[in-house]
Design a binder for this molecule. Structure first.
Ligand SMILES: [Zn+2]
Ligand SMILES: [Zn+2]
Length: 175
């Protein structure tokens, strides 16, 4: 593994261990315990690599303050929606995994009754995609956090109800 891909992997791990985001100097401090990287190289890496987003703080005088910058981990890898609906999928570039396995709440898979969806991140289909995105070395917990944070399909479905109770209606409930 080249020095840079190691730094990318370790930075991803550190971000996942911190629920997906870290202040830039904190990330640098923790990353230096694992690999040699200068602040400049880290800045370049998080600005240029698609794995990271650098969220800048308010720039009052045009100066970039590292302590106001946050690094967020991201991936473009998604779960296959056709697979999730139990529909046939003709060779997509998305993960075939049980959504509830990623939430950690699937009732199947461990017991006698097998889950109808895959719990195998190392299946041929999934592992090839993970390798292509260089995510194959992450632990399941790290990978799932990254997916949960990035894939809109993993968010609960929001149903817009036009007739929400108004404030007057709410006051009928004693607080
Ligand atoms: Zn698919
Ligand atoms: Zn399942």
């Amino acid at each position: 593994m080249s020095g840079n891909s190691r730094a990318i992997l370790e930075a991803t791990r550190l971000l996942c261990a911190s629920r997906g985001a870290l202040q830039l100097p904190k990330l640098h401090e923790r990353l230096r315990e694992r690999c040699n990287i200068t602040a400049e190289d880290l800045c370049t890496m998080v600005c240029e690599h698609p794995r990271f987003v650098l969220v800048r703080g308010p720039e009052r005088d045009g100066r970039l303050r590292p302590e106001e910058c946050t690094v967020v981990a991201q991936t473009s890898l998604r779960l296959c929606r056709s697979y999730g609906r139990g529909e046939p999928c003709g060779g997509c570039e998305e993960l075939h995994l049980c959504k509830f396995f990623i939430y950690g709440t699937c009732r199947f898979g461990k017991g006698r009754k097998p889950c109808r969806f895959s719990h195998d991140v190392r299946s041929d289909h999934n592992y090839r995609l993970l390798r292509e995105c260089s995510l194959h070395e992450l632990d399941e917990d790290e990978l799932f956090l990254l997916l949960l944070q990035n894939d809109p399909a993993l968010l609960p479905e929001v149903t817009l109800t036009p007739d929400l109770p108004d404030v007057a209606g709410m006051s009928a409930f004693p607080l």
